[in-house]
Write a protein that binds this ligand. Sequence first.
Ligand SMILES: NC(=O)C1=CN([C@@H]2O[C@H](COP(=O)(O)OP(=O)(O)OC[C@H]3O[C@@H](n4cnc5c(N)ncnc54)[C@H](O)[C@@H]3O)[C@@H](O)[C@H]2O)C=CC1
Ligand SMILES: O=C(CO)COP(=O)(O)O
Length: 346
Amino acid sequence: MAKRSAAVLGGGSWGTVLASVLADNGLDVTLWARRKELAEEITRDHCNSRYLPDVRLPEPLRATDSMEEAVTGKDLVLVVVPSQSMREVARDLAPRLGKDTLVLHAAKGFELGSLKRMSVVLEEELPMAAERIAVLSGPSHAEEVIRKSPTTVVVASNHPSVAEEAQGLLINSYLRVYTHPDVIGAEVGGSLKNIIALGAGLSDGLGFGDNAKAALITRGLAEMARLGMAMGAKPITFAGLSGVGDLVVTCTSRHSRNWRAGNLLSRGLGLEEVLQRMGMVVEGIKTTQAARELAGRYQVEMPITQELHAVLFEGKPPRKAVEDLMARGKTDEMEEMLRGSSGPTA
Ligand SMILES: NC(=O)C1=CN([C@@H]2O[C@H](COP(=O)(O)OP(=O)(O)OC[C@H]3O[C@@H](n4cnc5c(N)ncnc54)[C@H](O)[C@@H]3O)[C@@H](O)[C@H]2O)C=CC1
Ligand SMILES: O=C(CO)COP(=O)(O)O
């Protein structure tokens, strides 16, 4: 059988690590990076010093700044750019995509303005591949996967054979890949958990304790599921890897950029300065804007998201946001879940 092949679009931390996984699995892999110097560094020195310092990449991994060269003749194209760049990259990909190529994305966010999920953006820009699209999500910090630390993820698709094929290409001894039928749930969970992780970083930075973090994780999960269900997700998906799994890792890991950004905010730094210091994408910031609008569109209460929006964009002091969350009207923890609706209880 011919050697399987893949292109990975995006030379940041997660794109580089997923390309390394596929290369470890024996695929012929080309990574596409926008910057020529980065592509050259990966091919020549087997490292990506900006995004993964002190990490040696697999020798067979090649990179290029030519998308044409990267994607031509590949069995799989894996798109791993920040959510706000997904449409632009998909547009460049469209004329170059092979007629049987699988398209998998691993971004966690919504498109600002349209509020669309990433697979919807891909379907719009790549209509010829609409039946071959899948999403990769789950608790998976790039820094741990590259060390081959045991990690589990899901590949969700509306087409089971597409999910199974992507699973077969990615799975190995350190990355266990499950298929999943709920694309909406996987994308909504993977995106919204970043908002709660920003909140967890803030909470830890302010010196609130473990009780506060457990509350944020649990009540955060409730509002993630509430919006997800209103958008068409299956509630059980939020109990899985792309829901609570990713929420827990992002709220508790020192690798999380969202947690770290929240932590810097707690020290009184402005948003611009925080982003400058991070130097990598912090998806939760734009996702907070998108989720607040989605909450309005679907008439769903998302009190943590609302308060975080006020802190990030309206100058509200974080301690006042916490006070206001604690002082909300009395409510029942599970009422709406047990009623099976996305009603007004928060
Ligand atoms: N880093 C991680 O551990 C994980 C990240 N993700 C998700 O993967 C996505 C990408 O994240 P990272 O790789 O971590 O981000 P990063 O900040 O490390 O790198 C982003 C990369 O995308 C490139 N890029 C941005 N706009 C581009 C465009 N228009 N065309 C071409 N390249 C462009 C940047 O140059 C950079 O190389 C995000 O949605 C993130 O939430 C998901 C799971 C794990
Ligand atoms: O999605 C991730 C882990 O699953 C990465 O989270 P951060 O973007 O917060 O680092």
